[in-house]
Each structure stands twice: as C-alpha cells, then as structure tokens.
Ligand binder design. Structure first.
Ligand code: SOE
Length: 382
C-alpha cells in the first residue's frame, strides 16, 4: 500500500457506466459532507476503451486512466479498488486486488455463482488478517428510512416478526423489442432479475430484520426469450430470468415472500418492503424513499393507523450530514453513505458491512431459488 500523506486514500475504479457514474459522485462528495477518517483521492479510472474512459474520467473527476485493471495492482498510489463492472469480472478482479493488498468495494451481486463468491469470501478473509478490507455494495442498506427500520426492529417496536413482504419491480423489459444487453446473458450477468434486483431485497430484508433466510422455494420465468441486438442486425437469445418469485423462512420464524421483475409496467424502481410483527408494522417504498410508514399496534384502536415518518430529521441515520428537515435525499445519497461507512471502517481498522461473507450468503439464497425453480417435482400441479 502506498505511503500517501496524512489521511488520504488512493482510489481506482473499474467501469464507468451507470454504477461508475453514481460511485464517482459519491467518491467526489463523501468527505465534503461526512467526517470520514480518510479523504479519497480519485486517482484512476479503468476501462477497456481508452477514448471513452478518458472522456468519463474527465466528466466524473478522475485524475488518470488505465485500460487494464491489472495495472492498478502494480500502482503504489492505489489503496482501494472499486469494482463497477458486470458480475462475470468480479471474482478475478476482487481476488487479485485483495491478494495485492488493495481494499475492495465490489458492486452487487458479489459474483455470478456460489463457487466464485466462495473464492472471493476466502480471499477477503485472508486479506482481512492483514488489515485489507472488503465490502459488497448493497446500497439500499444505506437508505436512511431502511436504516431507521432496522433500528426500530432492533428496539422491539414491531415485536416478534411474522411476515416479511418484499418486491422489487421495474418495467424496462416489458417491451419485447427492448434490445439485448449484457444483463440478459447468463455468462455475463449470472442471472436476470433474480441477481440484479432480487439480490437487493434479500440483502435489505436480512439487514432490516437483523435475521437471515434459512430456506427458500421459488420460480423464475423468462417471458421473452429472444431480443433484437442493439445494432438492429438480428436477434440473440435471452439466457437469464425475467422475473423471480420466491417464498422464504427467516431463522427467527418470520415467513417471507419476494418478487423481482423487470415486467411490472409503470413501476420504475419500486423496491418495497413491508414487515408485520406482533406489536406493529412498517412499510417502505423506494419510489418515496424519504418516508417510512409505521403502524403501532399498541395505540388505542380509535385513533390508530399507518402514519408517515418523514425520515429527514438530524437524528435519523445519515441525515445529520445533510439538509434541514423536510429537504429530501435521493438515490445518489445511498452511495455516499455507503462510501462514508466504508472509509470509516477502513480508517478505524474495522470490517465494513456488508462483508464478502454476507455477499456469499445472498448468493447462496439466489442459487437455492434457481435450484428450486429447476425442480419440477417441487411444483404442485392443479
Ligand atoms: C438495473 O436493474 C439496476 O440498475 C440495478 O442493477 C441496480 O442495482 C438497482 O439499484 C437499480 O436498477
């Protein structure tokens, strides 16, 4: 690791599409709003195409570019590698970076298979013994309303959890003529809606409940199995799921239902979670991400009802760093929070959360859903 002056940390980011843009925004602003022990230096952006990478570096504020991620591992001025590339590249880059002594932040899902995630978790644990840290980027944990929900569950405000209901609804594939992309190829994305957005609700429900899924059963479906290539020259096969629906049981006894789809017309990024406990219920929808709805079952029946908590008070999670009450936060802030937590953990010599071991656990859930879906004998025909 480099001998950077004072408290700075040299960051390299691999990939500069949607996630690269949003991570860049967070790296640029985190230390201006949060008292983090390390100040990021946006040292290098890495991408395969030199011209496009240079353009992106200039736009997002990176000092230099590389076109081969292996070069990052040789650079003394790089302390941390942020992986914002498709899933099939995660295992190779992350394990090499950790072995080279670089901290790693890796986009979700951690990998494309349990086998890859196991390799990564092992590399993370080896690296951890040398003080080299790793984290998987499940950003929805850093939505203040969901962090507040976790706090309320832990304080017992919901009592004993009975039901967990989680959906993640998008609609960008509803049109059968929407073009092919890497997200629709198993060898690149691992799975479809299941891994891309189902992984978020698995992580977020485990985070909010403070519990883990003990078992699942489910079905995945591909509604449109061929799509036009982006250049209009022919079509290609879709090899991932379009939609996944599954049931789960938490180790604490709560029953859970999950739905992840890219075919819910009109729902753009509706990540919704509802919890029902013996004392109360909570309800959250990312499309209104500054709100958390709480039903307190212990209030007198005449006046009880779901009430909206506007999660913008200074004592709500992360809010102290931002604007006065009522001035809303957005999607990008979740990444700033994620990186603030990461830098705080690294600076304080702690393991950041969620760890690669947590990412592996999510991967096991995804693979269990696929296993169950592939097994016709678990489907009761009518
Ligand atoms: C696309 O489905 C996507 O960008 C996901 O990959 C992200 O993780 C999610 O936050 C928004 O939707």
């Amino acid at each position: 690791m480099s001998e950077l002056p004072g408290d700075s940390i040299g960051v390299a980011m691999v990939g500069h599409a949607f996630m690269g843009a949003v991570h860049s925004h967070a790296w640029r602003s985190v230390h201006r709003f949060f008292d983090v022990p390390l100040t990021p230096r946006m040292a290098v952006l890495c991408g395969r195409d030199e011209r496009r990478t240079k353009e992106a570096a200039q736009r997002y504020g990176w000092e230099s570019v590389e076109t081969d991620w292996r070069a990052l591992l040789e650079r003394e001025d790089i302390d941390l590698v942020d992986i914002c590339t498709p899933g099939y590249t995660h295992a190779e880059i992350a394990t090499a970076a950790l072995d080279a002594g670089k901290h790693v932040l890796c986009e979700k899902p951690l990998a494309n298979s349990v086998a890859e995630a196991e390799l990564m978790a092992r590399a993370a644990s080896r690296a951890g013994e040398r003080g080299v840290r790793s984290m998987v980027a499940f950003n929805y944990r850093r939505v203040p309303a969901l962090a507040l929900a976790r706090r309320m569950v832990a304080e017992g405000r919901l009592g004993r959890l009975r039901h967990v209901r989680a959906v993640y609804l998008q609609d960008w594939l509803s049109d059968p003529s929407a073009p092919m992309s890497w997200r629709l190829r198993r060898e690149q994305a691992g799975s479809g809606a299941l891994g891309d957005i189902g992984a978020h609700i698995v992580d977020a429900t485990q985070f909010v409940t403070g519990d883990v899924l003990a078992g699942v059963t489910g079905r995945t479906e591909t509604f449109v199995d061929r799509r036009p290539l982006p250049d209009g020259e022919g079509t290609d096969e879709v090899t991932v799921d379009d939609s996944a629906v599954f049931l789960g049981r938490f180790s604490g006894g709560a029953l859970a239902t999950f739905e992840a789809t890219r075919y819910a017309l009109g729902r753009k990024n509706a990540m919704r979670i509802e919890l029902n406990g013996s004392r109360g219920s909570l309800s959250f929808d990312f499309e209104s991400m500054n709100e958390l709805w709480f039903y307190d079952g212990e209030e007198p029946t005449g006046t009880t009802g779901f009430r909206r908590i506007l999660v913008t008070e200074a004592d709500h999670p992360y809010l102290g760093a931002w604007w006065p009450p009522g001035h809303l936060l957005g999607y990008e802030h979740t990444f700033t929070h994620e990186i603030a937590d990461l830098l705080t953990a690294i600076g304080n010599g702690k393991e950041p959360q969620p760890s690669f071991a947590d990412g592996l656990r999510v991967q096991r859930v995804l693979e269990a859903v696929e296993r169950s879906s592939a097994d016709e004998s678990r489907w009761s025909a009518i």
